[in-house]
Design a protein around this ligand. Sequence first.
Ligand SMILES: NC(=O)c1ccc[n+]([C@@H]2O[C@H](COP(=O)([O-])OP(=O)(O)OC[C@H]3O[C@@H](n4cnc5c(N)ncnc54)[C@H](OP(=O)(O)O)[C@@H]3O)[C@@H](O)[C@H]2O)c1
Length: 322
Amino acid sequence: MTEVKPSSLVLGAMMFGTAVDEATSFALLDRFVERGGVWLDTADCYAFWASDTGHGGDSERVLGRWLAARPGIRSKVRIATKLGAEPLEPGSWPDRREGLSPAAVRTAFAGSLDRLGVDRVDLLWLHQEDRSVPIEETVDALDGLAADRFGISNHPAWLVERGRAHARSVGARPFDALQLNATYLRPRPGTLPPGVAHRFGVLSDEQADYAAEHGMDVWAYTPLLSGAYDNPRKDIPEAYDHPGNASRLAVLDEVAKEADAARGQVVLAWLLSRGIRPMLGGSKLVQLDAAFDGVALELSADQLRRLDEVDRSDWAAPYAQR
Ligand SMILES: NC(=O)c1ccc[n+]([C@@H]2O[C@H](COP(=O)([O-])OP(=O)(O)OC[C@H]3O[C@@H](n4cnc5c(N)ncnc54)[C@H](OP(=O)(O)O)[C@@H]3O)[C@@H](O)[C@H]2O)c1
């Protein structure tokens, strides 16, 4: 089983500076570091849909002010940001967005560094695909940017492979991480769960297999279904309504009861057991604490087997995690 460490949990800063006010964002960030968290995830476009301006940038700005207010903290955290999805004008997403042309990549990245107040990021993600630009051109544009690693989100496996093959052929760093929606429940084929706005946004067998085969890191967004596993005021989204998930929920309930844990905590522990790094978008300290307790849960081999084997177990073969 993958070694479980608090540093495996990623703090998603998507709503920092909009739905989550600055004081709460700072408190969450402080607690995250206190509890051993390392990776922070944001994007240049967060969170345009919740901002009065219709543009992103609030999340990165809050992170930048927090880094500035906490001298020395930069060396304790790793910062991941994304580009490509910022709307060109308020209301223009998804039709008119910055995209992944070389010029857009360079401009977006400069904006992110400026808002974050850093000279380098630890991981830079392509946020969503842009079929108007050959991925080779985007990969060439990434080379030389001040980022230690590159990752790719919401792209089909074939395009990831094409980008990685090109990077290898020109001696550039290939994408080494995938960011996709993943949780314990599976959406019904042909549906996308709420919060997933991308055709290839839900971790598929093929993407998981590709990542496993190439030793890529996998980060899971919206792993807690925005709280629906445990918040009685939130329904499990309709996209998850099918008989396979009825069985999965029954096993999840069983294991949660045995482990004296919440369902979401078991989901986080299960994702980690599969080598998938969960990203938490909590808005409250108590949620962050619950998530750290979740990743520390020690599920037995039998509990993991029951969770894995409820319908099929092939896709869930654990893969290497950095
Ligand atoms: N690459 C992409 O396209 C993409 C897309 C989406 C997200 N992301 C990244 O992934 C991160 C996480 O995504 P997310 O916010 O959708 O994930 P999530 O963790 O599934 O949802 C976060 C929400 O879950 C609720 N919650 C958390 N812990 C809870 C608990 N213990 N009990 C009950 N409710 C709980 C909270 O809702 P309340 O605030 O209502 O209490 C919280 O705001 C984002 O911040 C972002 O960095 C990336």
